[in-house]
Write a protein that binds this ligand. Structure first.
Ligand SMILES: Cc1cc2nc3c(=O)[nH]c(=O)nc-3n(C[C@H](O)[C@H](O)[C@H](O)COP(=O)(O)OP(=O)(O)OC[C@H]3O[C@@H](n4cnc5c(N)ncnc54)[C@H](O)[C@@H]3O)c2cc1C
Length: 376
């Protein structure tokens, strides 16, 4: 049996690529070691922040505008809300990477953001304390995505267009003429015209031939009980991100019985393979996050309700790698999403479908090409 496209890894990006290819009429097989919506890679833990005034680089903004449209389309197909625009409050030094980056992206792309003084923040969002010398910026169209529901919605929609999915680990892939042969751990070999590699934190092994070092970081996420009304989304509490001298911390308002979700974006311990990682609670990490909660959020330290581990796949410059394989043009990939990629998965799926089918895309992804490393 041969397919137009095999997707290796149907988590965040791969599930979206499967939909875009299948709805264009391609025969698609999605392969994943784990069942859809699992918690072993990088696309789990209830929620992900989505925003447009991108402090990391303004080149991402056009992709985000398209991503928003695609999330809204997917909601229509899925018949359930996936994106909640509760807003995002970002706090930091005026000349720090976050505040200055948000304002630069907003200016360049005419995005609505509201710079706020500490007094304005206290009045409007009483859940947050602003450290001396810092200010904030509120992005009203930002918010969060229901992460597992997004993956499952992409898979369900792809199935409606005829895509097949199998739960099976892939051992390797090799070019085969103009196509590709994919070998499963079981020894079975499958064939396709194109391979889309979207293996998340397993990309270092599967895309080693790129010669670009990708490192995996273990990231801890916590949910704390909070009865403080101003921390609830229903009371107008937005998602939040603080750039502090000790690190970058972020979180989500209370949206359900799990409570307040908070984590540190910076740092994270490097690991070799998520498959063998024990995912234990790390007391030192918990204390850092508790310290942040205590100092900056209304209600302070609270009872821990849940802990989860997830993995960042870091590229050398912390920007994504989305391209055709330089030595195997029948292989396209998205990797190294560096802890900020989920919001883009809808549009990266579209870009990968273009690259797989046409060899190029009109979507503005030139800055994500692996050529930047060859040049540097
Ligand atoms: C704690 C945490 C918080 C984050 N917060 C945000 C946020 O707020 N906003 C944001 O935009 N992004 C955020 N991110 C980043 C974002 O979640 C990731 O960039 C994104 O989910 C990565 O998607 P992916 O498809 O690359 O990987 P995954 O979703 O992990 O998919 C990879 C898939 O490949 C499969 N696979 C791998 N190897 C094989 C194999 N050999 N055989 C078969 N299957 C295989 C895996 O099982 C997996 O399902 C966060 C990440 C973490 C960990």
């Amino acid at each position: 049996m041969s397919y137009d496209a095999i997707i290796l890894g149907t988590g965040g990006v791969g599930s979206a690529a499967a939909l875009h290819l299948a709805r264009r009429g391609a025969s698609v097989l999605g392969l994943d070691r784990f069942a859809p919506g699992h918690d072993r890679g990088s696309s789990h833990g209830e929620t992900r922040i989505i925003r447009q005034a991108y402090f990391e680089h303004s080149d991402y903004v056009p992709l985000l505008l398209r991503a928003y449209d695609l999330w809204r389309e997917l909601e229509q197909v899925a018949g359930e809300p996936l994106l909640r625009q509760v807003g995002l409050l970002q706090i930091g030094p005026a000349d720090g990477a976050v505040i200055s980056g948000v304002l630069a992206s907003a200016r360049k792309h005419h995005l609505a953001v509201e710079p706020l003084s500490p007094a304005e923040i206290s009045q409007r969002f009483p859940a947050f304390r602003v450290p001396a010398g810092m200010s904030g910026v509120f992005e009203p169209t930002a918010g969060y995505l229901h992460v597992e529901r997004c993956v499952l919605a992409h898979i369900a929609a792809a199935r409606q267009h005829g895509a097949e999915f199998r739960t099976a680990p892939v051992r390797s892939f090799l070019p085969e003429g103009r196509g590709v042969a994919v070998e499963l751990q079981s020894g079975e070999v499958l064939h396709a015209e194109r391979l889309v590699v979207t293996a998340g934190p397993w990309a270092p092994q599967l895309l080693a031939s790129l010669g670009i070092p990708l490192t995996i970081r273990r990231k801890h996420v916590y949910w704390f009980r909070s009865s403080v009304q101003s921390m609830h989304a229903s009371a107008g509490c937005p998602t939040f991100l603080y750039e502090l001298p000790g690190g970058v911390f972020y979180g989500f308002p209370v949206i359900d019985a799990l409570g307040l979700k908070v984590a540190e974006h910076s740092g994270g311990e490097p690991i070799a393979d998520p498959l063998t990682d024990l995912r234990r609670l790390d007391q030192a990490d918990l204390e850092r996050v508790r310290g942040f909660v205590d100092e900056h959020l209304a209600g302070g330290v609270a009872e821990l309700v849940r802990h989860s581990v997830c993995f960042y796949t870091m590229s050398p410059d912390e920007h994504f790698l989305v391209d055709r394989h330089p030595e195997m043009p029948q292989v396209v990939f998205a990797a190294g999403l560096s802890g900020h990629g989920f919001k883009f998965t809808s549009v990266l799926g579209e870009a990968l479908a273009d690259l797989a089918q046409e060899g190029s895309t009109r979507l503005p992804i030139a800055h994500l090409s692996v050529r930047r490393f060859a040049a540097g």
